[in-house]
Design a protein around this ligand. Structure first.
Ligand code: B16
Ligand code: MG
Length: 222
């Protein structure tokens, strides 16, 4: 294992819930509607625009291009406001230790997040300088579950996907890691059954666990 490709929302910080809160607020303010809880899972790892498409379809709403952009901007404004209070206390359990241990062992780390707010969040929680590279989602043409973001992340580390482990909390993200040809580690419930290795909490993510997962992954490939 030469590299670890981290998802951000739901892996490094608990901002996955903040996204859902911001979308819920938008839908309430703009349409007076309540967003079903199922949307939270369906929009995890999915870009802002694609998330909005899913939401509008779910609520049987249609808007023109200008309104669409306006809604996306309003959601982002609300989301950014909720990020203001982020500190290093919002790093999910075990992640800081994991990152330190990986660095000590010479394993490189990349951020492979669909979020345009990734660098801002990493700065707020004090982890910006810990990452060897951050993928710019604006340069990725196809979002998760397409493997592109994980392929780009490993390339930016100077590695091939096979030498990397990808860590994700979303179904779309696990699919993307698998298609990229990296070893996928999922954090969450059994909906992540496609992950090569799955744990319930970020607390369980250690270098030993990731290394063992990768060892087994390589053995299966031979
Ligand atoms: P933004 P990840 C994803 O981040 C979130 O899971 C998803 O809910 C969000 O819509 C997407 O980022 C875009 O975020 O609106 O901040 O650009 O899980 O890939 O780290
Ligand atoms: Mg995520």
């Amino acid at each position: 294992m030469k590299g670890v490709l981290f998802d951000l929302d739901g892996i490094v910080t608990d901002t996955a819930t903040y996204h859902f809160t911001a979308w819920s607020q938008l839908v309430k303010d703009e349409f007076g509607l309540k967003l079903p809880k199922s949307i939270e899972e369906r929009t995890k790892g999915v870009s802002r625009e694609d998330s909005l498409k899913i939401i509008l379809e779910e609520l049987n709403l249609s808007v023109d291009e200008e309104q669409f952009q306006d809604l996306a901007n309003k959601k982002n404004k609300c989301y950014i406001e909720s990020l203001e209070k982020l500190t290093d206390k919002d790093i999910l359990p075990g992640i800081k230790e994991l990152i330190n241990d990986l660095k000590q062992k010479g394993v490189k780390i990349a951020l492979a997040s669909a979020s345009h707010n990734g660098p801002f969040i990493l700065k707020k929680i004090g982890l910006f300088n810990s990452f060897d590279t951050i993928v710019d989602p604006g340069k990725v043409t196809k979002g998760k579950p397409n493997p592109e973001i994980f392929e780009v992340a490993s390339a930016q580390l100077g590695l091939t996907p096979k030498d990397c482990v990808g860590v994700e909390d979303s179904i779309a993200g696990i699919e993307a890691i698998n298609s990229a040809g990296s070893c996928s580690v999922g954090v969450g419930d059994e909906t992540l059954s496609q992950a090569f290795k799955r744990v319930e909490s970020t607390k369980e993510l250690t270098v030993t666990l990731l290394q063992e997962a990768w060892n087994n992954f390589v053995k299966e490939k031979i």
